[in-house]
Design a protein around this ligand. Sequence first.
Ligand SMILES: [Zn+2]
Length: 185
Amino acid sequence: MVVIDQQEAIIFDTPTTDQASLELIHWVEQKLGCQVKAVVATHFHEDCLGGLQAFQQHGIPTYASHRTIALAKANQSAVPENGFDQELTFEIGSEKVQVLYPGKGHTHDNVVGYFPKADAMFGGCLIKEMGAGKGNLADADTVAWPKTVAELKAAYPHVKHVIPGHGKVGGSEILDYTMRLFEQK
Ligand SMILES: [Zn+2]
């Protein structure tokens, strides 16, 4: 997700490579005319921080939770510089952008982003597109997963736009879909 207000941008998750990240940075800077204020990696997998070095080389501050930073170090991935515990709020233009840790799911460290102005949530890999399978469960907590999404839904019951880590954007129905997918039978 790219969040923009008054020529300032925040990017949630890097593309998987430095090359693709550089293309994204140039697109936001040159085509959209925005300054990239920060990039947030929403968990420690390659599809969130695989292109981190391109952002670092561009002088863009990189953020992730302390959990993600520890896992990235253990995994010998690129490591975001700035950490937070449960929540982080950015200001871009005259708007706020929130990041919060809702609990375990796709990974133990997955966080979500929320942009109040657009009522848009970036669920990342914690949230599945309609019809999706369970995906990569190597680092997942499938017992906690539906509870985590239920709490997220309770915190944002009428959220308008929900962006999954992969696939099509939806509304709060993809929160429901993800909960059902992981509920114990
Ligand atoms: Zn992942």
